[in-house]
Each structure stands twice: as structure tokens, then as C-alpha cells.
Design a protein around this ligand. Structure first.
Ligand SMILES: NC(=O)c1ccc[n+]([C@@H]2O[C@H](COP(=O)([O-])OP(=O)(O)OC[C@H]3O[C@@H](n4cnc5c(N)ncnc54)[C@H](O)[C@@H]3O)[C@@H](O)[C@H]2O)c1
Length: 394
């Protein structure tokens, strides 16, 4: 393994935990996990632990391209990087550190499996594997190995969703009736404007598809806030049949780029979620959930959440014969946030570090990750078979 310097830690410095980071040349691995989480945590002095201790994070970058790893390491002053996963795992063997995986989904299983076999603690992007069988297999192996494990469930840590959760916890809604989620934006095809997402997302053989990508998110949001998913009916489609890749080459888009789904939740809540990379945005945010309950309603996005209580709900009257002068969106009140907004990925990283080193609770484990993969898989089957499917209880 390449090590640019072996500077000893000064006496009295904080504890250090090594984190092997695989996939840091990618969008998520670099922006959200390396720069905005791990390095930002170190810039702020580390993660505070119990007993007044603090731990700093020591990334070991691993990937396929030596040149790209060296470039990132030099730009950010990271000491260790390697193209050998095996060498990297030696540094975190038997609970000595954490293996983190933000590779393309199709590459996740074999790498995470090696990390579990080495006895490293494991943290992974969603989906935790390309199939529910593999995802459940990883969860079982990790439990059997006695390691600590987690899966990224960043949406739960967003300020908008935290505000929504506070309203639910405070009983604001009365009986919750329905959840309507709208996610999406136009992803350029790549012929005349560069696409904003990697091309593998649009090829099913490479683990792409919006259902596999987004339904793990919807599963933990719905189950974390409203209750277990009991059934799913979905229509997953490929609206745009051809796209152009990173090198400008035209390819067949074989994966679904939009999914329209309805979920029954335990307790009777109906959730309807549209996910699309083929929709132009006429919304406050790229993701919005509207929740309607007997006592009140709320609309939550990534950052904001507004609410309207039963007692102050205006009385809309249907009359298209006169111009509409009602500013409906102005009739809602902002919901407050307790605490700092923070970066959602970083907040979950800090929670996972406390789980590994302090034994703090961490419900977002590989079992929870596997459930999201299962729901996505059932949604795709529902679409292929044209029928509603039951989702086994968690
Ligand atoms: N939590 C979230 O909100 C969120 C958002 C987007 C993506 N993701 C997940 O993060 C993971 C990475 O997505 P991304 O958008 O960063 O992708 P990306 O294409 O930008 O990055 C992929 C990374 O995997 C590496 N890789 C390893 N084997 C590869 C192979 N055979 N082919 C191509 N790349 C390979 C690449 O070098 C790169 O570092 C995916 O599993 C995706 O589902 C999560």
C-alpha cells in the first residue's frame, strides 16, 4: 500500500479509526462521503464519543485507478491509498477499522463480503447489494461475524424529513391517511447536453434502474416514519430508449427511468410515490412528500417542511369560471427544526462511528438495507406481472 508519510500522532492527540473507502472516485463516494463527511468531520476535530473522548477518521482510499486515487489523495492530504482491496482490508482486519463501499451497486457484494470475511466493520451505500438474496446474505454473514454494520439511509437525516418526523412524533396529523411523494428531474440524454448522472444507471445489466435506485430510499422513509410496507403495486418503465454515455457514445437504455407506485402500509396509510428521471421540475424541491391526516397536513422536501392544521384550513371552492386569486402555497406555516441542519450523510456517519466505538444504537443496518432491496425487487416484479404484491413483514 502507498503511504506518503508516516507522521506519528502528537502526544495527547485524539483517537483514530481507520476507514477503507472504496468508490471515492465516484460521485457519491467523493462528494458526500469523503469530502462532506469524513474530511469535514476531521476538519471539525473528529466525532465526539462518550467520556469526553474524540475520534478522528483516517481514510484509506481504494479503487481501480492509481492515477485518480493519487490525485484525490494529494488534493486532500490523504496519506494512504491503494488499488488492492486485499491490502487495504489488512489495515482494518478483525475489528481494527471500517470498510466503506460506494462503488457501483453491481460491485458491492463481492467487496463487502471480503470485508466481512476479514472481520472489518462495514458501512455501505444503498442498495446494499444487487439482489435481495445477496443483500440478505450479507446481513446474515455480518451478524454471524459479530461485526458492526450499516447502510446509508441519508434521507432520514435531511432537515425537511426531520421536521416532518417531529410533526409525526408530536401527534400533529391525527390519523394519517395518505402520503404522496414526488421525486425527479430531467436527466439529459447526453446527445446535446451532458447527462447529470452516470450512464450505468440506465443499463440494467450494470445494476441501473430508478426502481432499484430509489425504492430502497422509499422503503426506509415509509417504514421509518409511517409503518411497515405491506403491499406494493408499481409500473416501472423506460421512457427514453437511447442515451449517450460519458464518452459521447450512443447506447440502449435498458433500465427503467420512471416508476409509478402505490404502497399499503400497516395501519391503513396509503403511499403513492412517483420517481422519474424524465420529468421537468415544477415543485419547491426535487423531492417532496405530502402527508394528509385528519388533524393536519404537511409538505416536506429536502430542507423545508410546511404544515396546515385543521383549525386554520381554508375552504377551497371549485369554480373554474372565475380567475383563481387564492395563493394556496402561502396558506401554509413553516415547521421548525430542532438542532442544526447539517449534511445528512455526515450526520449518519457520525452516528455510525458512535455505534462502532461506543455501541450507540444504529437501526440502519444491513438487515434494514436488505429490506429496501427486497421491496425494490417486488416492485419490479409487480410491474412485470401487472399485479399488486404482498411484502413480507419485517
Ligand atoms: N444515498 C444516495 O442518495 C445515493 C445517491 C446516488 C447513488 N447512490 C449509490 O451510490 C453508489 C455509487 O453511485 P454513484 O452515482 O456515485 O456512481 P459513480 O458511477 O459516480 O461511481 C461509481 C464508483 O464505483 C467504482 N467502480 C467499481 N467498479 C466499477 C465498475 N465495474 N464499473 C464502474 N464503476 C465501478 C467507480 O470507479 C466509482 O468510484 C451506487 O450504489 C448508488 O446506488 C446513493
Amino acid at each position: 500500500m502507498r503511504r506518503d508519510s508516516d507522521t506519528p500522532q502528537p502526544a495527547g492527540s485524539s483517537d483514530v479509526i481507520r476507514i477503507v473507502m472504496n468508490g471515492v472516485t465516484g460521485r457519491m463516494g467523493y462528494n458526500q462521503h469523503l469530502v462532506r463527511s469524513v474530511l469535514a468531520i476531521n476538519d471539525a476535530g473528529g466525532v465526539p464519543l462518550s467520556g469526553g473522548r474524540t475520534v478522528r477518521l483516517e481514510p484509506v482510499l481504494v479503487g481501480r485507478s492509481e492515477a485518480r486515487l493519487r490525485d484525490i489523495a494529494e488534493r486532500h492530504g490523504v496519506k494512504d491509498w491503494t488499488t488492492s482491496l486485499e491490502d487495504a482490508l489488512e489495515t482494518v482486519r478483525d475489528g481494527a477499522g471500517i470498510y466503506f463501499d460506494a462503488q457501483v451497486t453491481s460491485a458491492r457484494y463481492p467487496a463487502v463480503r471480503k470485508a466481512i470475511d476479514a472481520g472489518a466493520h462495514v458501512y455501505a451505500e444503498k442498495p446494499s447489494a444487487a439482489s435481495s438474496a445477496e443483500a440478505a446474505g450479507l446481513a446474515a454473514l455480518a451478524d454471524a461475524a459479530g461485526i458492526r454494520h450499516g447502510v446509508v439511509q441519508d434521507k432520514l437525516f435531511l432537515p425537511g424529513i426531520r421536521k416532518l418526523r417531529a410533526l409525526i412524533d408530536g401527534g400533529f396529523f391525527g390519523r394519517i391517511l395518505s402520503v404522496r411523494g414526488e421525486f425527479g428531474y430531467w436527466v439529459f440524454e447526453g446527445d446535446w447536453r451532458a447527462p447529470q448522472r452516470p450512464s450505468w444507471n440506465y443499463r440494467s445489466a450494470d445494476g441501473g434502474g430508478i426502481t432499484a435506485d430509489m425504492f430502497p430510499h422509499w422503503t426506509y422513509v415509509l417504514e421509518g416514519l409511517f409503518g411497515p410496507v405491506e403491499t406494493v403495486i408499481a409500473r416501472s418503465v423506460t421512457h427514453i430508449p437511447h442515451r449517450w454515455d460519458e464518452r459521447g457514445a450512443r447506447y440502449d437504455a435498458t433500465a427503467d427511468d420512471a416508476a409509478y407506485a402505490i404502497f399499503d402500509l400497516a395501519g391503513g396509510v396509503i403511499a403513492q410515490l412517483n420517481s422519474s428521471w424524465c420529468v421537468r421540475v415544477h415543485r419547491g424541491e426535487l423531492l417532496e412528500f405530502q402527508v394528509d391526516g385528519t388533524e393536519g397536513s404537511a409538505v416536506a422536501g429536502l430542507r423545508d417542511c410546511v404544515a396546515q392544521h385543521r383549525g386554520v384550513s381554508p375552504r377551497p371552492v371549485w369554480n373554474p369560471d372565475i380567475p383563481n386569486e387564492t395563493l394556496f402555497q402561502a396558506q401554509w406555516q413553516p415547521a421548525p427544526l430542532d438542532g442544526e441542519p447539517g449534511n445528512a450523510f455526515r450526520l449518519q456517519w457520525e452516528m455510525f462511528i458512535r455505534h462502532v466505538l461506543d455501541g450507540a444504537p444504529f437501526p440502519h443496518d444491513l438487515q434494514a438495507g436488505a429490506r429496501g432491496v427486497l421491496v425494490a425487487e417486488l416492485a419490479l416484479r409487480s410491474s412485470a406481472e401487472g399485479r399488486r404484491l404482498e411484502v413480507p413483514a419485517p
